[in-house]
Design a protein around this ligand. Structure first.
Ligand code: SF4
Length: 910
């Protein structure tokens, strides 16, 4: 259609661009969806900043993946061919998970790489650990000194004193392979403050420990979390939820807080935290009562006969009788019971339950983090949620919920060293028999308890001093050289944990490193290639690069090459490590990073053929497109493979639960009272603190260097319901003191109906800090003073908030916000769930008005109290410690980096 007179006039006056103008190739032509990949090294477009002048820019578009959450959406780096620098990031339309779209954090990668305060060179501390004095060293010195320390530790024969502790992994199998090559049981993760609760509930059903909901094809989408769709998997899920809704799906959100997702829902159920399982069981009961269960699926794929044998041995193993008994078992979970536990109207329980019950095989459900990681017994949330999928037969179906491993590609590695020959009891202490991941959040407490120490401790994209509960105990551990012999922080940006390192080694952001990614963001299976874009640009320009740090800013490197070089040096020729780093293509020579990925990509089903069709090889294909779709959809795999559980079925009845001392949890029930159940909050001033919801603009503690994101969100006020605000006598902006079991913090109030009465909300992410002697992240950090008050009492006080500063980036002096929020996590007590091992994030708190000069941002913690409190929770696990047949944990249960099987036993059976 031609332009109107007004449009033509506006074009002439250059009020709107003349997009019809025919001009130079590439940029100025007819509108199109996206340039063809054949043109990606020679892309022309107009410079928007120069408007109304028509200034053309030449770009090389290089695909990579985002590293700012787990989703690994596709990014396209626009490398300016005149400057050789990255100008911006957009979405990569060839990526099957993100399909060209990103959230705000993807394009903000440009802020991270241009951060004027980033760490550009390897640093080594001078003076006492934590005092903030550093000297620049070369990679050569860093590699030599660190490899010597590791060699010394390994030569003692210890298998648990060299440890790699990871926040955001972002790769598939790379570091596990390295640790195996070193022969250590040295993998630690952040999972027990994140997803271990949900994983335990899912694993009990079918060993797979994560769900993959097919939102796009669902009839009913049921989301349970104050975390969803801001993290796992934010942009890929959000776009598919919208697709489902556009096709008529109903969206149900269970969350005590009106999240962005809840605000878009057909039904928002603001349940009391920890009551979710009561709701799901009442719906399960409704499905059974009304005969709406999927008879074929339950009969064929559930281990109902085992439950009959164990719980009702006198009965015939008749399916109808089983249903009758199950109906009876769940009959106490009436809508009234659920409504009472959840503190929501019974009419809402029934109305929404009917929608869920009618979903049939198209019920997509998801829970991650908050609801399942918040409470004592949080693992029940996923276990009872999955019960709804089982009863409706929506496990593994189109529009239902599949195990995430069906959609996840596991790479073939060129060499697999043997499993570690030892068991690290600092990571898997014997009393946590069912903990799904390492007990990482009580690491400082276990060490203080005299259970071990570390010679070499790597933290990698991991900031426990700030992110974890009880951060002062982390500082105490890190400052003590008897607990941690050497601490090496691998990080792209300064953080509160790196301040307490011996070496700080700069690692690349998403566009500065290699990784392979594959996540269950949809019903299909894909693989994506995170590549250092300036290295690929150099290759396209015909320049040879040996190591990625040659093209990155300063001397910023990447872990892949760093680990290889380090491993090579650890081995003095007697340790058998080097043999795991030999090229599969060149005899007797060390592998290169290109060979590592070449080997892997040559084995991806369908990729060699797709590459050949384009006249390239698999590595060439991935460099060019950045991603590859392996399977369109991965439904109903159980029909061929069954379920990887002891019974081969979905385990309604868990024999492991019985054997490991929890017979009351043999089938899904609501038999643990959350530590923040209303019955446990007795005083008028007692509330439940909901501290673990994410903001969609932030990246745990990796976005304080991203100016666009910091400008959008930089405060973490207390969400207080108007009724509570009135009872407390406070209004917007006034101060409240929040007292946890081990300390307190002072924050400002935000009065909002977006939070359930009785709950105080405070977002994760904000309240970052640096001391006078520390650097970095000034877009979002307060300058603080930390004072030891004696007898384990620690105080943190804000000296100044966020301020503008002069730098090479003119935006740093335009910073207009001053409030950097409050660090709340450091005042949280550790609360390890005795079954899942997960930290229970929700805190029972007392709320009052500040007194005696207590100021906004003040924080105080008693670390002696925190240790006593850890002991109290630890006792819960010790009381139940049982090891059937001497097993440390069920042999069928996953463990990251599993050691040799003989180490899974504490002792032989008597
Ligand atoms: S959803 Fe995650 S991976 Fe995707 S663009 Fe946002 S931060 Fe990056």
């Amino acid at each position: 259609m031609g332009n109107t007179f007004i449009e033509k006039l506006a074009q002439k006056l250059r009020i709107i661009p003349n997009l019809d103008r025919q001009g130079a190739e590439g940029a100025i032509g007819p509108l199109r969806a996206f340039p063809d990949p054949e043109e990606w090294h020679n892309h022309l477009e107009l410079d928007a900043n120069e408007w109304p002048k028509m200034v053309e820019r030449r770009y090389s578009l290089v695909p990579t993946t985002c590293f700012n959450c787990e989703s690994a959406c596709g990014l396209l780096a626009y490398v300016d061919r005149d400057s050789g620098l990255v100008s911006k990031f957009e979405g990569n339309p060839h990526h099957p998970g993100s399909r060209g779209r990103n959230c705000a954090k993807g394009p903000a990668t440009i802020n991270q790489i241009n951060d004027t305060e980033r760490i550009l060179h390897p640093m080594k501390r001078v003076g006492p650990r934590g005092e903030g004095e550093w000297e620049r060293i070369s990679w050569e010195v860093a590699l030599e000194e660190i490899s010597t320390k590791i060699r010394e530790s390994l030569k003692t024969g210890a298998k648990d004193r060299v440890v790699y502790h990871v926040g955001r992994p972002g790769h598939e199998g790379y570091t596990n392979r390295i640790l195996k090559a070193w022969g250590v049981d040295g993998h630690n993760s952040h999972t027990n403050i994140c997803s271990a609760g949900a994983r335990t509930g899912y694993a009990l059903w079918h060993r797979h420990d994560r769900p993959s909901p097919d939102h796009a094809n669902a009839k009913v989408i049921l989301l349970t979390s104050s975390h969803l769709e801001t993290g796992h998997y934010f942009n890929p899920h959000a776009q598919r939820i919208l697709e489902g809704m556009m096709d008529g799906a109903k969206l149900i959100v269970i969350d005590p807080r009106l999240s962005n997702t809840a605000a878009m829902a057909d039904h928002w159920l603001p349940t009391w935290p920890g009551s979710e399982s009561a709701l799901f069981l009442s719906w399960a009961s409704m499905i059974l009562e009304r005969g709406l269960f999927d008879r074929d699926f339950v009969k064929d794929w559930v281990n109902w006969e085992e439950w009959m044998d164990a719980a009702n041995p006198e009965e015939n193993k008749d399916f109808d009788r089983f249903i009758e008994l199950l109906r009876k078992e769940y009959s106490p979970y009436t809508p009234e019971f659920a409504a009472n536990e959840c503190r929501i109207p019974v009419e809402q329980v029934i109305e929404v339950g009917e929608i869920v019950a009618s979903a049939g095989r198209r019920l997509s459900t998801h829970v991650w983090r908050a609801a399942a990681i918040g409470n004592l017994g949080g693992w029940r949330v996923s276990r009872t949620l999955h019960l709804l999928n089982v009863l409706t037969g929506s496990v593994g179906t189109e529009g239902g919920t599949s195990p995430n491993s069906w959609s996840k590609y596991k790479p073939d590695l060129f060499d697999i060293p043997p499993d570690p020959d030892g068991w690290n009891e600092l990571h898997f202490p014997p009393e946590y028999t069912l903990s799904h991941y390492e007990m990482s959040h009580i690491l400082p407490h276990l060490i203080k308890d005299g259970r071990g120490a570390m010679d070499v401790y790597f933290t990698r994209v991991f900031n426990p001093v700030w992110t974890y509960p009880d951060g002062f105990s982390w500082i105490e551990m890190l400052k003590n050289e008897d607990s941690v012999g050497c601490h090496i922080a691998l990080t792209p940006t300064w953080n509160e944990t790196a301040f307490f390192a011996d070496y700080v080694l700069p690692m690349g952001h998403s566009s500065e490193r290699h990784d392979v990614n594959s996540y269950a963001t949809s019903s299909g299976k894909w693989v994506a290639f995170r590549q250092p874009v300036l290295r690929e640009y150099a290759r396209r320009e015909g320049r040879e690069v040996r190591f990625t740090h040659e093209v990155n800013p300063g001397e910023v490197w990447e872990e892949d090459e760093f680990w290889n070089e380090l491993s090579w040096r650890i081995d003095d020729g007697t340790m058998g490590i080097r043999k795991h780093f030999m090229s599969p293509y060149r005899d007797g020579e060390m592998i290169t990073i290109d060979e590592y990925y070449q080997y892997m990509f040559e084995r991806i089903p369908g990729l060699p053929e797709a590459a050949e069709a384009e006249g390239t090889d698999p590595l060439g294909y991935m460099r060019k497109h950045g991603a590859f779709l392996i399977e369109e959809a991965t439904y109903n795999k159980h029909e061929e493979d069954g379920w990887p559980t002891p019974s081969g079925k979905q385990e309604l009845y868990s024999k492991s639960m019985v054997e490991f001392g929890y017979p009351e949890h043999s089938i899904p029930h609501y038999r643990v009272m959350s530590h923040v159940h209303p019955d446990n909050l007795k005083g008028e001033d007692e509330y439940c603190l909901l501290p673990n919801f994410r903001l969609p603009q932030h990246i745990h503690s990796r976005s304080a260097n991203a100016k666009w994101l910091a400008e959008i969100a930089h405060r973490n006020p207390l969400w207080v319901h108007p009724t509570d605000a009135s009872n407390l006598g406070v209004g917007d902006g006034e101060l409240l003191k929040v007292e946890t079991e081990i300390g307190w913090f002072i924050d400002k109030v935000w009065v909002t109906e977006g939070i359930k009465p009785g709950i105080i909300g405070c977002s994760h992410h904000i309240g970052r800090w640096r001391r006078k002697q520390d650097s970095g992240n000034r877009f979002m950090t307060n300058e603080v003073e930390i004072e030891e008050l004696g007898e384990g009492r620690m105080r943190m006080r804000t000296v100044s908030g966020v301020r503008p500063w002069e730098s090479d980036d003119p935006d740093t002096k335009r910073v207009w916000w001053r409030d950097g929020g409050v660090h709340q996590n450091i005042t949280h007590a550790v609360q390890p769930d005795p079954i899942s091992g997960a930290h229970c994030w929700l805190q029972k708190v007392k709320i009052s008005r500040p007194v005696n000069g207590e100021r906004y941002g003040d924080v105080e913690v008693d670390t002696r109290k925190s240790f006593e409190y850890y002991k109290k929770w630890n006792e819960m696990a010790k009381e139940k410690e049982v090891h059937p047949r001497g097993e440390r944990r069920p042999l069928w249960m996953n463990r990251p980096l599993p050691p040799k099987k003989e180490h899974w036993f504490i002792h032989e059976e008597d």
